[in-house]
Design a protein around this ligand. Sequence first.
Ligand SMILES: Cc1cc2nc3c(=O)[nH]c(=O)nc-3n(C[C@H](O)[C@H](O)[C@H](O)COP(=O)(O)OP(=O)(O)OC[C@H]3O[C@@H](n4cnc5c(N)ncnc54)[C@H](O)[C@@H]3O)c2cc1C
Length: 591
Amino acid sequence: MLNYRAPLADYRFLLHDVLAAPAALAGCFDDDLLSPDLFDSVVEEAAKLCESALLPINRDGDEIGCTLSGDVVTTPPGFRDAYDLFRQGGWIGLAADPDLGGQGLPFCLNAVLQDMMMAANLSFGDYVGLPQAAAKTIAAHGDDHQRQLYATRLISGEWCATMCMTEPQCGTDLGLISMAAKPQSDGSYRLAGSKIFISAGDHDLTPNIVHLVLARLPDAPAGTRGLSLFLCPKFMPDEHGAPGDRNAVQVVRLERKMGYHATSTCEMLFDDATAWLVGEPNRGLAAMFTMVNVARMLVALQGLGTAEAAYQAAAAYARDRRQGRSLAGPVDPAAKADPLIVHPDVRRMLLSMRSFTEAGRLIALWYAIELDIAERHPDDARRTRASDLIGLLTPVIKASFSDLGYAACNDGMQIFGGHGYIRDTGVEQLVRDSRIAQIQEGANGIQALDLIGRKLGGNGGRAWQAFIAMVRDEIAACGNAPETADFANRLAAALDRLERATGALQQRVTADPVAMGAAGVDYQRAFALVLFGWAWLQLARHSVGSDQPQRAASLHVARYFFERELPRIDACLAIADAPAGGLMDMPDDLF
Ligand SMILES: Cc1cc2nc3c(=O)[nH]c(=O)nc-3n(C[C@H](O)[C@H](O)[C@H](O)COP(=O)(O)OP(=O)(O)OC[C@H]3O[C@@H](n4cnc5c(N)ncnc54)[C@H](O)[C@@H]3O)c2cc1C
């Protein structure tokens, strides 16, 4: 069984010492919401909740999963009670607008909560994350009535939500969506068609569920420009929100899947279901992207949270399990064998996992702070910079966190050997659960296309220039201290290589768009290495001189990262630079 403990000291170090979150958010929130004591108590309470309410039901969630009877989905034992605790504690509206009933706290605290939820129980995370994302979308694009009737109830946790995009013939290419929306004389619409793979499509946690659905109006243009966003409740509410008649939307099938068993994944039939337009006709994709971007961060945290749970389990096991002798001679001659932790290869895997989790937490919290700055900072230029960085880094973070998260869970299983493959230890569940993150919310190959095709060159490369400047500032801050100068020099060289490769790639893509797809994933990995290098410089800079063991550990992990992870950038960029012909010249029929 897994025994995840939220890394509280780490969150405190990141929020207060490294990111100075209260100071960074000054001007964005009232001062009383930025008190360090408030931050600490929210983080501690969130940790208690995830450890005590979510971790104990994680195993049954996997073993028993969701069940469909008639058209009603039942969640595994304990999920309703856990959801009630989240709802009663106001956790779903932690960072939501107080005018809509939220607590209005900084989003970085919500990111901490989401990270812990994913570590303790990845499947449960969607039941909290989806209403948060849907409420934000309705608040941003809906009318006042929709905000008051629906967003408030999502924020309070009274109702849950879904994101309905995928159809049998349409996954990545949303322009293929065919669900029809027929206008009615009373201003409503009727939705007709099927959606598949809908997370939390039905369940017994809330008395109503709000589906946000992409569909096509009659005579809408083809492709994504013809998509509109609709809000379609499971039960039709009266004006006070009391759920009334059942709407014509139902689950017809519960998907059987590799992991993530306690999140219901539903095929949904909309059989002339009543719905209302959210925002402008044919502007639905842009509106839905509010939800998608929130969900991309949630998915990134699936990678980060599961990696932390795997790391904790593997590190404890490696100290305890005894096999073989250290190559340098017995470490514990009195015992018949040394603990696994003496073996370089086991340490390689542990350090690889930790080089992701520690820096990943910093990146996630920094990103969450920038989200608030982008929306609330009084200074225009600062808001623009934050918004640029978020746009540029969202695909990099979604893809790298989910790739590294899955790799970390796999390494965790490897450290357990055969005992990891056997179900008892819980790490094989982490491997199965974390795998979805590489696929959903835009498969990782698509994130690379977004990065290269849209984000790098956006606004004349303004976001890219802001990123380079941010990394260079950190290199300058670390370049003169003896403890960090070598790390800074290594990152400076890597950044130079990435800059040269970026210029060359942009030129190649202009001449041959196929180059973008051929270079995509390897270029994105190189980019992520620089992002993680930036995070590791900060962690190292703030750890130097500390007498705390945790900070000494971070300096060791930083060294591991700069010596053994960052050099992968050369291979990634060499591959990204290879001619596309190596992928494209082989005729399709020879595959
Ligand atoms: C458990 C689960 C939960 C889900 N939850 C939801 C949900 O709540 N709501 C929802 O709407 N959807 C949901 N999905 C759907 C998910 O978002 C899609 O599976 C995903 O977007 C990929 O679509 P697809 O499966 O059709 O794959 P495809 O689009 O067929 O893609 C297959 C592969 O081809 C690659 N590919 C496709 N097009 C291109 C291209 N142009 N260039 C390069 N490579 C390309 C992809 O990267 C991928 O690797 C869920 C899926 C699962 C499995």
